[in-house]
Each structure stands twice: as C-alpha cells, then as structure tokens.
Design a protein around this ligand. Structure first.
Ligand code: ZN
Length: 164
C-alpha cells in the first residue's frame, strides 16, 4: 500500500499552475480540471485542461498526459515523471497513468472532496465510481489533497454549478 505523501512547497507551485489551467477550462465552457507533467529535472513538459464540452467525456487532461507520455518519453523518463493535477485522477485516468508506467501523482483536491461537494450541492453522481487513485493504481505514489489549494478548486466547481 502507498501512503498519502507530503505536498511540498515546490509541489504547490505546480498545483497552482494546474488550478490556473482549470480556470481556463471553466472560462472556455469545460469542467474545471487542469493537469501538467513535470520531468525528473522539474521541467514542465506537457500541460492540458479538460476538453469535454464537445461531448467526448474521455477528454480528461490526465488521460491526454498518459497518451503524450507514451509517444514522447522513454519508460525510464515516464517512471521518473510527476503528474500534477487540480483534481485527483478518475478511475479511467488512474488506470491510464498506471498502464503507461508514469510516476508520482500530486493532486490539489481529492475525488472524495469532489464527491462531497457534489452531494452538498445536490449534483447527481456521474456514471463512474469515484474510486481513489490508491484503489485503482495501488503502486502509484500519491500526495494530496492540499487544504488551502483544494478550496480554490472548490470555488471553481461552485462557479461551474452556479452555487455559493
Ligand atoms: Zn479522468
């Protein structure tokens, strides 16, 4: 079993970038999720945001990152990379991350938090169970959520649903 790792100050800088991407997604009519891949040297190599507004609900940034990583990084580079994300990977993205052999994941807000916010706001549950990364991909080291940054993510989702 992996333990919930520690979110460092360096991690928080990358998570803020993910939250900015989530804000861009929201401004563009998509759901507020943003993610980046950072290599072993600490360099951002790929960034994307949610793109489901066109009707394809598999267009999650973490899934795009997994596909990009296979095409552009060696297995060793993938294992040494960290994926930062505004919201914890869904089961589809957790599986993709694990299948392509990517390394650590750091998330600003957890799936458990998102589920609780939706329940609080009366939003119907989605078609996929909100299983944590640690259940779907137990060998992947994870860190998160961050108490302060998760509240920024909450505010974006509140805007999406027109609450608060
Ligand atoms: Zn996903």
């Amino acid at each position: 079993m992996t333990s919930l790792g520690h979110v460092t100050d360096e991690d928080r800088a990358h998570l803020r970038r993910c939250i900015a991407l989530a804000g861009e997604a929201l401004d563009a009519g998509d759901e507020p999720f943003g993610s980046i891949l950072v290599d072993a040297d600490g360099t951002e190599r790929y960034a994307d945001r949610n793109r489901v507004a066109g009707g394809d609900h598999t267009r999650h940034p973490e899934f795009e990152i997994a596909r990009w990583a296979v095409a552009n990084l060696s297995p060793e580079q993938r294992a040494a990379a960290t994926v930062y994300t505004s919201g914890e990977h869904c089961p589809m993205c957790s599986a993709a991350h694990a299948w392509v052999g990517l390394g650590r994941i750091v998330f600003a807000s957890s799936s458990e938090q998102l589920t609780a916010w939706h329940r609080e706001w009366g939003i119907a549950a989605g078609p996929v169970a909100p299983l944590p990364i640690s259940t779907v991909a137990p060998q992947v080291p994870v860190a998160g959520p961050d108490p302060e940054l998760s509240q920024q993510v909450r505010a974006l989702h509140a805007r999406l649903h027109g609450v608060d």
